[in-house]
Design a protein around this ligand. Structure first.
Ligand SMILES: CC(C)(COP(=O)(O)OP(=O)(O)OC[C@H]1O[C@@H](n2cnc3c(N)ncnc32)[C@H](O)[C@@H]1OP(=O)(O)O)[C@@H](O)C(=O)NCCC(=O)NCCS
Length: 175
């Protein structure tokens, strides 16, 4: 899909400073559903630490996105709320480095994660929520096979207003 070569690797505690910077950036917290306005450094470290524990016990599988040529950490992608009985999981992605958005990395990472989710984890349904005004993210997910399921009205208060939230999902074998 994209021209930028990217690698996915486990999160590392050395990611904390960039991640802390993104999670306290106003434009980022506006787009990234559910993030509080401020996240402490300790909280960022705790979140990274959680991702190093076994997926079977945490229900979380998180990877860092890194450029291949410059070894630069630019964002994260994950499954969480992994539900083994119903074989479903929530999907998420963020490219924290705004300079790296708009280059096809999001769709490429999402495609790779879907392949892994369906073939390695044996998932049947992968779902997500996204702010309804976040058209770039919705387009990214639709390109990868996610379908719109419905809108949760005024579900998130951010940017000084209530925002609609879009539910999306992709089912194994559907694309
Ligand atoms: C959402 C995100 C993962 C998308 O990844 P990306 O690499 O920036 O995606 P791209 O812009 O390269 O590709 C997505 C598609 O959206 C299109 N797009 C870009 N801006 C758009 C806009 N304002 N409206 C509609 N479509 C748009 C692109 O043209 C592309 O479609 P195309 O290939 O058919 O041309 C990334 O921008 C990001 O992390 N943003 C900040 C955090 C966030 O919003 N995370 C998602 C929360 S659920």
């Amino acid at each position: 899909m994209g021209n930028v070569k990217i690698a996915l690797r486990p999160s590392s505690i050395s990611d904390a400073s960039l991640r802390y910077h993104w999670f306290n950036d106003a434009e980022f917290t506006r787009l990234y559903l559910g993030r509080p306005l401020f996240t402490s450094y300790r909280q960022v470290e705790d979140e990274i630490l959680l991702s190093t524990y076994p997926t079977l016990s945490t229900g979380l599988y998180e990877l860092a996105i890194q450029t291949v040529e410059t070894n630069l950490y630019i964002g994260n992608t994950f499954f969480r709320k992994m539900d083994w009985q119903n074989r479903s999981a929530e999907y998420g992605i963020f490219i924290g480095d705004s300079e790296r958005r708009g280059a096809g990395i999001g769709p490429e990472v999402t495609q790779r994660m879907l392949e892994q989710g369906f073939s390695e984890f044996g998932l049947h349904r992968i779902w997500l929520t996204v702010l309804a005004f976040n058209e770039r993210a919705i387009r990214c997910f639709e390109k990868c096979g996610f379908q719109r399921e419905g809108v949760l009205r005024d579900a998130i208060f951010s940017g000084g207003q209530f925002n609609d939230v879009m539910m999306m999902s992709v089912i194994a074998g559907a694309n």
